[in-house]
Structure formats: C-alpha cells, structure tokens
Write a protein that binds this ligand. Structure first.
Ligand code: HEC
Length: 284
C-alpha cells in the first residue's frame, strides 16, 4: 500500500508539475517586446534627438537608434549581448560588451507602457554626435513589436512582416505569351493540359476537383433513358435497386459498361451525365 502511494505521488509530480518550480511560460522580460521611444528629461547637448529602443520577443534590448528631425541625422546601434531582467516592476538592462558601465536601471509602470530610470553612463550610438546621455531617462512604448505597427503602405499594398507588398501579386507582373500570372508567377496558360483526372473529377487550374452535377439535367437524363422502368419514378428502387446514395463513379461504370448492368449501357454517356444523376438523386 505504501509503495503504491509513493508511485502515485511521483506520477503526480511528473504529470502535474512540481509546485515549487517557477510557472512555465515566457520570461517576465518578454512584456517589454516592442519599440520604445526614449525621452531624455534633461537632453543637454543631445537636444533635438529622438531615440528609440527595440526589444525582441524575449524582452532583450536589440537596437538603439536616434534621429534628429531638424536635419535628418540618424544613428543606429545593433545590440546582441544585452540582458534584460525584470523583477516585479524593476528593470535592469546590462550591455556587458560595451566599454564602461552601460546599465539602465529603472521601473516599469503599472500599465507596462513606460519605464523610468537612469542610464549610468553615456551610450555611444556609433556616431559621436548621437549618444544616449547618462542620467534620468523615460522610455515610452510606441509599438508592441508588430513590425507593421509603424509602417504605412500605399493604396493597393499591405504590410506583411514590416514590408509593403502589393495586394494583387500579379499587379506588376507581365507574362510572356502563352503564360499567365498566378500568385505573382508566370505559369503556362492551360494548367490542365498535362493533367489527367480520375473518373468523375475534372481539372480546374491544374487541380483535379469533383465534377459538379446539375440535378435538372440529371432528372432529364433519367427520364430520357427510361431508368424509372426498373429503378422507380424517384430512383427509390423497383425491379432494380434504389439509386439514392449511389455515387458518380458507380453510375458511370454501370452505364458505360465498365460494370455489368442489367439495364444495359447508354450510348455516349459521360461522367458529367453521371454527376448530374447523382445531383438529382441527392436532391430527392
Ligand atoms: C431493365 C431494367 C433496368 C434499367 C432500364 C436500368 N437499370 Fe440500373 N440496374 C438494374 C438492375 C437489376 C440493377 C442491379 C444489378 C445490376 O447491376 O445489374 C441495376 C443497377 C444499377 C446501378 C448500380 C446500383 C448500385 O447500388 O450499385 C446503377 C447506378 C444503375 N442501375 C443506374 C441506372 C440508370 C441511371 C439507369 C437509366 C439510365 C438504369 N440504371 C436503367 C436494372 C435496370
């Protein structure tokens, strides 16, 4: 009995997870994903610059960039060694590979959309004119990490993964004679030229699809070939079996002579005739 309960407990630990382990899920810093603008409270010599900080889906800082709208000057620094720690609302960002102490320490607001804190040293953005000053800084979230958030596309284009692509992929494509544009690629005009489909299927744009039947045509075919004499007025069965629920292939095979059929074959029967019959049976 005792052994049994140990096994049960172990089983539960594996299945339910250990209550002392941290809960699964993304690291807490992941909530920082997105683009944040950096507003120096006392810009000093950096006046006129607008800074942005991008955090990836792990919440790590991956890019710092600055623009000076006045003259269009830009500076950009790609960061691949940052670590971001978020404990409660305390944020600590470390950039170990840059010279000097490059650390941001701050606090994330309750709505998680601003971070206020201090940069302990000036961060060089790879352009002496554009550095992030040390001192108090506020980061304000401007996008949530969707690369299309700050992309505006022209009419007829949509943003996909941050890039504007034409809505109609064939809009800018001109194909050689004998070819047509499909999904932005030029393909031979008759996609069905080399396609042979199974019985009761037909080729549409190079793909075999079930033949669609017309119940009115099926009714007419049934009447014209005196099927009712053996299968009943409404295909419900008489001397011959009920045809309700039979499929296109069965009808085609019976009437074309591929299967032996007491009622015989019908001259010139087509797969479309069989599909029409089935559509009619299904409508009854
Ligand atoms: C002379 C009587 C007779 C006529 C007319 C006749 N059938 Fe039949 N049919 C039968 C009999 C009996 C069977 C069952 C045995 C067999 O397959 O021969 C049958 C079987 C079938 C089956 C196979 C049913 C199954 O469940 O496998 C189909 C489909 C069928 N007939 C369709 C038709 C259609 C459509 C017509 C009109 C174009 C028609 N038949 C005309 C007597 C007839």
């Amino acid at each position: 009995m005792r052994k049994m309960s140990t096994v049960l407990m172990l089983g539960c630990l594996f299945v339910c997870g250990c209550p002392f382990m941290p809960p699964p899920g993304p690291p807490p810093a992941a909530v920082l994903e997105g683009t944040w603008s950096v507003i120096p409270e006392d810009p000093g010599e950096f006046e006129g610059w607008e800074y942005e900080a991008k955090f990836n889906s792990n919440g790590d800082l991956v890019e710092l960039s600055g623009v000076r709208p006045e003259d269009g000057a830009t500076a950009r620094l790609t960061i691949d060694d940052a670590t971001t720690e978020l404990e409660g609302s305390d944020v600590v960002i470390t950039l170990p590979d840059l010279t000097g102490a490059r650390v941001f320490e701050g606090t994330l607001s309750d709505d998680q959309n601003t971070m206020t804190g201090s940069v302990t040293d000036q961060i060089d953005l790879g352009d002496l004119e554009a550095s992030l000053p040390g001192g108090e800084l506020t980061f304000e979230r401007i996008t949530n990490g969707d690369p299309c958030d700050d992309v505006t596309c022209e009419v007829g284009e949509s943003c996909v993964d941050g890039e504007c692509i034409p809505d109609d992929p064939c809009a800018d494509v001109t194909c050689d004679p004998g070819t047509v544009c499909v999904d932005g690629e030029c393909v031979p005009e008759d996609l069905c030229a080399d396609v042979t489909c199974p019985t009761c299927e037909t080729c549409v744009d190079g793909v075999c699809e079930p033949l669609q039947g017309d119940p009115v045509a099926g009714d007419a075919f049934y009447a014209a070939n005196s099927c009712a004499a053996c299968h009943g007025d409404n295909a419900e069965g008489a001397f011959g079996p009920s045809l309700i629920g039979t499929d296109c292939i069965t009808n085609y095979n019976e009437l074309s002579g591929i299967e032996e059929h007491t009622g015989g074959t019908v001259d010139g029967v087509t797969e479309q005739d069989a599909a029409d019959l089935v559509a009619w049976y299904d409508s009854l």
